[in-house]
Design a protein around this ligand. Structure first.
Ligand code: ADE
Length: 248
């Protein structure tokens, strides 16, 4: 999958994309990544990329000419890529959106700065608009990094078998169950007995119940859309009656 970003601060991307799992995915050719400097498409002696809003008001806007030129040039090389705008007004990015984007050939991220973009960019150049949360960042770069990370780890081969994405929080609509590793006893804190029992059926059921209990305690909104069995529902009803999820 090809990731391109268009930004006034392309150097921001080198470490998050170059290290660890994404760095290995790049080395192995599972993803490609290029950070482009918007200023390279700005004309004139001062290569200006922003201007004041018509009608007055605070802040500066990214001008249409360099943004159109940048996207058109990159798209001519990658015609199948979708153009993604990062903006607090976009659709909220979540795990489901990450899975959908993971089936694209490529993504070209447009990272705004200042007050945002001239509206003609949004209307005529952009396929998808995303926000990474209900808060305002100083620019779209961190949002693009978050999205590239979340999408890349879903691509085949990027995570090794040991770190598979299948058991992630959200992948089955619920939060993940807790995990423990050695030692079985640490400063008087012990690993739940059942995990040492070797009974894989009971362990699977315990984990499912932990997921349900955690999700009820921390993100009850997720239970409205998570696929639940009759057994899951019975367990949740029992929990609600006893008020048992509140301690998690
Ligand atoms: N740019 C500024 N704030 C943002 C947000 N919350 N998500 C995506 N892009 C942004």
């Amino acid at each position: 999958m090809n990731f391109d970003v268009i930004s006034l601060f392309p150097a921001m991307f080198s470490s998050p994309i170059g290290e660890s799992i994404l760095g290995k995915a790049l080395e192995r050719g599972l993803i490609s990544f290029e950070a482009h400097n918007l200023r390279d498409w700005a004309t004139g002696r001062h290569q200006v990329t922003d201007d004041a809003p018509y009608g007055g008001g605070n802040g500066m806007l990214l001008k249409p000419e360099p943004v159109f030129a940048a996207v058109e040039e990159i798209r001519s090389r990658r015609p199948a890529s979708k153009v993604v705008m990062l903006t607090p007004q976009g659709k909220r990015f979540d795990q489901r959106e990450a899975s959908e984007l993971a089936s694209c050939d490529g993504l070209i991220f447009l990272c705004g700065r200042y007050e945002g973009f001239d509206e003609r960019i949004r209307q005529n150049l952009v396929d998808l608009e995303y926000s990474i949360g209900d808060y305002v960042l100083t620019g779209g770069e961190l949002g693009a990094m978050v999205m590239i990370d979340a999408v890349s780890r879903l691509l085949p081969g990027v995570l090794g078998g040991r770190d598979s994405a299948c058991a992630d929080s959200f992948s089955d609509g619920l939060l993940e169950h807790p995990h423990y590793t050695r030692p079985a006893e640490f400063r008087g804190m012990s690993v739940p007995e059942i995990l040492l029992s070797g009974d894989h059926g009971r362990i699977a059921r315990w984990r499912r119940e932990q997921q349900l209990e955690r999700t009820l305690a921390r993100r009850p909104d997720l239970l409205d859309s998570a696929p639940l069995s009759d057994e899951d529902r019975r367990f949740l009803d029992g929990l609600k009656q006893s008020g048992g999820a509140s301690r998690l």
